[in-house]
Design a protein around this ligand. Sequence first.
Ligand SMILES: Nc1ncnc2c1ncn2[C@@H]1O[C@H](COP(=O)(O)OP(=O)(O)OP(=O)(O)O)[C@@H](O)[C@H]1O
Length: 232
Amino acid sequence: MLSVEQLHVSYGKSRVINGVSIKVNAGDKVCLMGRNGVGKTTLLKSLMGLLPAREGKISFEKREITKIQPYQRSRMGLAYVPQGREIIPMLTVKENLELGAMAHNPKETEKRMEEVLNYFPVLKEHLSRNGGVLSGGQQQQLAIGRALMSEPAILFLDEPSEGIQPNVVAEIAQILNRVHKEKGLAVFIVEQNLDFAFKIADQFYIMEKGSIVTSGSAKEVPMETIKRYLTI
Ligand SMILES: Nc1ncnc2c1ncn2[C@@H]1O[C@H](COP(=O)(O)OP(=O)(O)OP(=O)(O)O)[C@@H](O)[C@H]1O
């Protein structure tokens, strides 16, 4: 489904991603882990087309997408929940959700909204309130709901558990697993929260200084191994 081959990404002269190769099959649940500053966010932004690749190739459904625009990637089935959520605080919950479907067929917006609200009942309760007044956990659910409005095939999430209460984190894990099961959604998460990561992911990649140093299934890369990489 998604194939990343020898990707290099830089900020000016500063080389941040150095030859990363990753494969995600349809319906996979993948977690990318690594300490602060190793390049996880940079990699996600580059996969979404928000940062250019200096070298290498990104393909989705066997089509090369390395140079195509973010809105085109969104239309093809890639969606992204950025770190810090980036919901629009002065727009209502409903309007924030509608934004997520903007690059897509407007006729389907209502049906998608119904589906998303079914996954996130808390958003239904707050539909006409401004996004900015919601709690952190509710805003994260709104950001994920907004991304799901485009009915993606793969959802990228950047540290979705950051700064959120444990009970809401557990609820988000449950919802993502449900969407995965019911819609065949592939999930690609950047996380530091090991419990959350292990509740969702079945494949792991560990990154150090812009390169993948270990990868494999949960059995091949057990929690103890990941802890070692995160704490050294
Ligand atoms: N806009 C930018 N311009 C220049 N350098 C940047 C920019 N954004 C990030 N960097 C640098 O790129 C490196 C990787 O940052 P990135 O945010 O991708 O790491 P990360 O693994 O996601 O870290 P974190 O867990 O803290 O979000 C860091 O050294 C960072 O300082």
